[in-house]
Design a protein around this ligand. Structure first.
Ligand code: CO
Length: 475
């Protein structure tokens, strides 16, 4: 699926090179000017090292979790720290990374242990506030609390509550109005089910809101939240529990793409947990939703859709070390799901390759409609992640930013305080400059999409997943 190229020619392989050093509070040189109102910290999560037991891990998603933090004050200071977890210690001591995304689990007992008593704590996907602390999370039901200043690991939180899901979303959605995170997970057992939960601010116990029985659960990564509904986008990448007991394969290998099943939108009422509608459409695959909102008697969901799940297979390091993934196929699409179970309509919003779609938190966490979606773009089909894009979902207008030899990570939009325009703010993104062999924190003007400032890091950072801006005060 990907164009074969010589390692190093595109420099893409630098995004999968392990970081050897940890840096604490180093002041970065800045070109241009970051806005004075930026305060607090932008924290990103992702794999920082790609070896366990002296060998390359199989899949990008199994790199060892490392946090990178940019603090705003008089200047910009940089800190990076690996999570100090069981997974980190095992990787250092040469043990296999049991229970990971695409690694063998060490026998049937190893798989059962990974799904029950010892879920992986390699929390490399996202960062959230949890119980008033900063925490790294992934798809296993654990959270790794870190010191917000040093990013040093404090403790691994194993939830002890009503939610029994062994696999959860790495994207709990924040509802700022109600002051809670909402998420879901899959509970495997004699009766498989999806579990929807809420986690009120300041708490570390999740409250079960509802469950949906399902024969063969789907591998889902993200979902959409509106004022009244949680929307699970259940594409047909599914597994029966017995499929997990083939221990020579990884967790994700248990799932099989079954396009004849179609993709189902599960609308769950947040108040009652009831399924309000569950219409199916022609099959597509998705990692990420940009935002969702209610409009009359419909729920509108913008997400990045792929024709099938082959994008997952393209993220094995054996491929990524020698070529770039075919990243041109993910497109921002709008789905309108009627509450009465009627036909779902869809359209492609813009004809550009996009991943990591994000909206301003001023609309996203307020359960409001959005006008703009920001994302990592892929202008060249053979060269993924080589630009940043901004899309006007009403007009289809697209703004892009790119630079030769530079890759860009997920953007984060930070609104200007008291902004009266949705795109009044800055777009933060961590760049990888393959010629300079360094990374940089970039700030684009949200309106014009032109560069405002850049702060270069002492070392190159591998391609990461998700990050979040935490203002000095507030959530
Ligand atoms: Co994600």
């Amino acid at each position: 699926m990907a164009a074969v190229r010589t390692p190093g020619v595109s420099g893409y392989d630098l995004g999968f090179r392990s970081v050897r050093e940890e840096i604490s509070g180093r002041e970065l040189s800045v070109e241009g000017r970051f806005p004075d109102w930026l305060s607090g910290q932008y924290v990103r999560n992702g794999p920082g090292a790609f070896e366990a037991g002296g060998e390359r891990v199989a899949h990008w998603f199994d790199g060892l979790a490392m946090l990178a933090g940019f603090s705003f004050g008089d200047g910009v200071t940089y800190t990076n720290r690996f999570l100090r977890t069981r997974a980190y210690r095992e990787a250092a001591s040469g043990a296999p990374t049991a229970g990971a995304f695409a690694e063998p689990a060490g026998g049937v007992l190893g798989r059962l242990r990974a799904l029950t008593a010892e879920p992986t704590d390699n929390a490399n996907a996202n960062v959230v506030r949890l119980g008033g602390r900063l925490a790294a999370i992934t798809e296993s039901p654990v959270a790794v609390a870190v010191d917000p200043g040093t990013l040093a690991t404090e403790r691994v939180v194993q939830f002890e509550d009503d939610v029994g899901a062994q696999h959860t979303t790495a994207h709990p959605a924040r509802d700022a109005r109600r002051g809670e995170l909402v998420g879901y997970g899959t509970r495997f057992g004699l009766r498989n089910r999806y579990e929807l939960y809420r986690l009120p601010d300041g708490h570390t116990e999740r409250e079960l809101l509802g469950t949906v029985r399902v024969d063969e659960p789907a591998y889902m990564h993200d979902f959409a939240l509106t004022e009244r509904f949680a929307v699970l986008v259940e594409h047909p990448l599914t597994a029966a529990p017995i499929d997990f007991l083939r221990p020579e394969q990884g967790f994700i290998d248990a799932y099989e793409w079954q396009p004849e099943r179609g993709t189902r939108f599960l609308l769950l009422d947040r108040a009652t947990g009831d399924v309000i509608a569950d219409p199916r459409v022609s099959s597509f695959f998705t990692f990420h939703c940009a935002n969702a909102f209610e409009s009359g008697d419909e729920v509108v969901i913008d997400l990045v859709a792929y024709g099938d799940a082959s994008v997952l297979g393209g993220l094995y390091l054996a491929d990524l070390d020698t070529s770039t993934p075919d990243a041109s196929t993910g497109q921002l699409c709008r789905y309108r799901v009627p509450l009465d179970g009627g036909r779902v309509s869809t359209r492609t919003i813009a004809d550009v390759g996009i991943e990591f779609p994000r909206v301003s938190p001023a609309v996203g966490t307020e359960m409001e409609p959005h006008r703009y979606v920001y994302g990592q773009g892929s202008a060249d089909p053979d060269r993924a992640a080589n630009e940043l894009v901004k899309i006007d979902v009403e007009t289809g207008e697209v703004w892009t930013w790119s630079e030769p030899g530079v890759y860009a990570g997920e953007p984060a939009f930070v609104p200007t305080p008291d902004a009266d325009r949705e795109d009044d703010g800055v777009v933060l993104s961590v760049l990888l400059d393959v010629d300079a062999e360094r990374s940089a924190l970039l700030a684009l003007d949200g309106g014009s999409f032109q560069e405002r400032a850049r702060a270069r890091t002492p070392h190159p950072l591998p391609f990461g997943f998700h990050g979040r801006y935490f203002p000095a005060s507030g959530k």
